[in-house]
Design a protein around this ligand. Structure first.
Ligand code: SAM
Length: 210
């Protein structure tokens, strides 16, 4: 069961109850006053929260977000959480991400490679509460394990695993099992759930740092 902080609400948009955060709109999402709809169809973390996975959020978390792209999901995270470091290695979406950060003084975009945490360890604080990861790259488990260095003990990992980024031909369940096995080097898995129908061949994982 998901524990939602005050900064995330369930509200009605177009006759459907959906998640929402308070902040400047980013991707043309529907709004209701200062609340903006968090579109689970465009956000794996949104889908994980909407499906009621075993996630525990308080709203004052320090966050490291890996794979921020243009800021669709990390904008919602920065709306409800504390300092949010957003790592993205592609220069193209970084321009959009900088615009998103303009309206959020707790969002810090970093043009860095998530496979090389040593290149941003001088900027990102230590003892963070939450690692959110959505990087379309091979070696998703080792990225999460290598970045555990920024987390306090017992903090949370919210991970979306994309099967095809590991192996386009393998059965997704086999890929998910192997990534989850590798994660246990640094984390205890609390919950795992496929993200269909909104995100094909993706697994949502909730874990705690050991
Ligand atoms: C599926 S998109 C992320 C979407 C985003 N999380 C959202 O929901 O708004 C995956 C992103 O991971 C980025 N990425 C892939 N490998 C990376 C790496 N090694 N370091 C940083 N970013 C990476 C890609 O450039 C891409 O923007």
């Amino acid at each position: 069961m998901t524990d939602l902080p005050d900064g995330i609400q369930r509200r009605e948009f177009d006759g459907r109850t959906r998640l929402a955060t308070r902040g400047e709109p980013v991707y043309g999402e529907p709004t209701d006053g200062e609340w903006r709809c968090w579109d689970a169809g465009r956000s794996k973390l949104g889908a994980m929260l909407e499906s009621g996975m075993d996630i525990d959020l308080t709203g004052d978390e320090g966050v490291l977000y890996l794979g921020a792209a243009s800021g669709t999901t990390v904008s919602h995270v920065a709306d409800f959480a504390g300092p949010t470091y957003a790592v993205e290695f592609a220069p193209r979406p970084m321009g959009d991400l900088l615009d998103v950060a303009e309206a959020r003084n707790n969002l810090f975009p970093l043009l860095k490679d998530a496979r090389k945490p040593e290149t941003y360890s001088h900027v990102v604080e230590s003892d963070l509460d939450l690692l959110v990861q959505d990087v379309a790259t091979r070696g998703q488990a080792s990225v999460a394990v290598d970045n555990a260095r920024f987390l306090a003990d017992d903090s949370q990992l919210l991970l979306a695993i994309k099967a095809r980024s590991e192996d386009v031909t393998a059965d997704p369940e086999t890929v998910f099992d192997s990534v989850c096995d590798e994660l246990t080097e640094a984390y205890e898995i609390i919950d795992r759930q496929r993200l269909e129908p909104s995100h094909d061949d993706h697994l949502g994982v909730v874990a705690r740092k050991r």
